[in-house]
Design a protein around this ligand. Structure first.
Ligand code: SF4
Ligand code: SF4
Length: 120
């Protein structure tokens, strides 16, 4: 139970990584193949890999992201998101740094997360 009832996960008022990087993964993760990622939200990238639509361009924004970066955001396919998203922890989560989280937040004018963001 949280000591601070107003604490929310730092990714909710962020969404920066979903609007910074290309999100690519093996075709096998698609729900039209063997996986769960909704195929209609993806595009083919190579003969063996797909990308989340909206992320394979100079100004990425994943089609599955709802909300404004730095506001209140939600991954609309959270339970069926692809492996790169499942494996991308926010900086400081479980005590581990993540320079790419810091990089994405900085790009969007958000300060890198600190221990204070994890104080529940
Ligand atoms: S950039 Fe970091 S804090 Fe922001 S949504 Fe991604 S993982 Fe979470
Ligand atoms: S699938 Fe969800 S977690 Fe992954 S980039 Fe898109 S919005 Fe972000």
């Amino acid at each position: 139970m949280s000591a601070n009832p107003e604490w929310i996960h730092p990714c909710r008022p962020c969404g920066a990584c979903c609007s910074t990087f290309r999100v690519s993964f093996a075709h096998a993760e698609l729900n039209s193949v063997w996986g769960e990622v909704p195929t209609d939200l993806t595009e083919p990238l190579t003969p063996s890999r797909s990308a989340m639509r909206g992320t394979n361009c100079a100004t990425p924004r994943c089609v599955a992201l709802d909300g404004a970066v730095g506001g209140f955001t939600t991954c609309t396919i959270h339970l069926t998101r692809p492996s790169p998203c499942r494996e991308f922890n926010a900086a400081g989560e479980d005590g581990e740094p993540n320079e790419r989280c810091d990089q994405a937040r900085t790009k969007w004018g958000l300060a890198p997360l600190t221990a204070a963001d994890w104080a529940r």
